[in-house]
Ligand binder design. Structure first.
Ligand SMILES: [Fe+2]
Length: 184
């Protein structure tokens, strides 16, 4: 899994048949990372971003689910399967996963994987949070509303997204500024 193509194949094998909708989202997030990364990141970071993007939701694959918390399950599986530690850590911490870990009482487990908190993590968040469940382009506000309506107010993901909202919007705005978008 050291190249994008290898990571794509790994993700495809895990998700395409079992979770075709999730696979549509993941492919679009990967494609967005390939397009955005080189515009704002040095080559090694852009490469890591793209590989992490195509692998970021692999923890949803039925063959990989363990705790049911997909960033942690995905990261542990990738670690066992020899992925680069930086990729493992980016997947573990994608899109404010630490806040969902709090909701699930899995923060200590997630903290096994250090969060680099760089522009690369913001870029991964941006690619994920501006891509809808079918791979369509979304504004961050649409994406947040879509996630909330998909889970409903009683679900812990709803509580997580509500808590994470300011950080998620902040991460997206940071990347938009780097890309030269007008401030919103
Ligand atoms: Fe995810």
């Amino acid at each position: 899994m050291t190249t994008y193509d290898e990571a794509f194949e790994t993700s495809r094998a895990a998700l395409q048949e079992a979770l075709p909708r999730r696979w549509a989202h993941v492919q679009a997030v990967g494609a967005k990372a390939l397009a955005v990364g080189p515009k704002i990141l040095p080559d090694p970071d852009a490469d890591a971003l793209a590989i992490a993007a195509i692998l970021h939701d692999i923890g949803y694959a039925p063959s990989i689910v363990d705790t049911g918390f997909h960033p942690l399950d995905g990261a542990r599986w990738l670690q066992r399967n020899g992925a680069d530690p930086r990729i493992v850590n980016l997947v573990a911490n994608h899109s404010c996963a630490c806040l969902e870990a709090d909701e699930r009482d899995l923060r200590a487990e997630l903290d096994e994987f250090p969060n680099e908190k760089t522009l690369t993590t913001d870029a991964l968040l941006y690619c994920d949070m501006t891509t809808g469940p079918d791979g369509q382009d979304f504004e961050i506000e649409e994406r947040l509303a879509e996630i909330k309506s998909r889970y409903g107010p009683e679900h812990l993901v709803f509580r997580f997204i509500s808590r994470a909202e300011p950080s998620l919007i902040d991460g997206v705005r940071t990347v938009q500024r780097e890309l030269g978008h007008q401030p919103m």
